[in-house]
Ligand binder design. Structure first.
Ligand code: ADP
Length: 151
């Protein structure tokens, strides 16, 4: 069974993430959405909220799991026996950033990173834009799955 890890902060999950995860299932048998815990970073949504948003969005999808991890992504992959990392690409800036991470990861462990190009409809969406819209009381609901709601 081919399994891939889709790592990120998911603060919060967006339609861009959702698209990549769903399309990832055309390539992999199982996708593990992995929320990286970084103690020195501050988030808009708590870990429980972020995890809940993802679990609810994929409640009907048995081939998508949600996990949390600390430390290096490749170490977490090794610890759960996953050989692939899935990432999304939106633009040249993403490419440059992702290229450096993927090369570093390959130096650290024999784990391949597989990239999917964003869908045209979601290419402009980022968690930071969603957070900005929320902070300024805008309608963020068009940018996120229905499971993502501000209490
Ligand atoms: P991080 O906080 O580590 O940047 P993100 O949650 O922002 O993590 O993103 C996780 C992954 O989702 C990255 O591979 C990123 O490129 C991808 N991604 C984010 N938004 C989109 C989008 N709109 N379309 C495609 N991929 C996306």
């Amino acid at each position: 069974m081919k399994r891939a890890l889709f790592p990120g902060s998911f603060d919060p999950l967006t339609l861009g993430h959702y698209d990549i995860i769903k399309r990832g299932l055309t390539v992999f048998d199982e996708i593990i959405v992995a929320i990286g815990i970084n103690a020195s970073k501050s988030y808009m949504f708590s870990l429980e909220e972020r995890q809940g948003f993802i679990e609810k969005a994929f409640a009907d999808e048995p081939h998508i799991k949600v996990m949390t991890y600390t430390g290096l992504t490749v170490d977490f992959c090794k610890s759960i026996g996953v050989a692939f990392i899935l990432r999304g690409l939106r633009n040249p800036a993403d490419f440059e950033f992702e290229k450096a991470i993927a090369h570093t990861n390959r130096d650290l462990a024999p784990i391949e990173t597989v990239f999917l190009l964003t869908s045209a409809q979601t290419s402009y969406i980022s968690s930071s834009i969603v957070r900005d819209v929320i902070k300024n009381n805008g309608d963020y609901t068009k940018l996120v799955p229905n499971s993502v709601r501000v209490q």
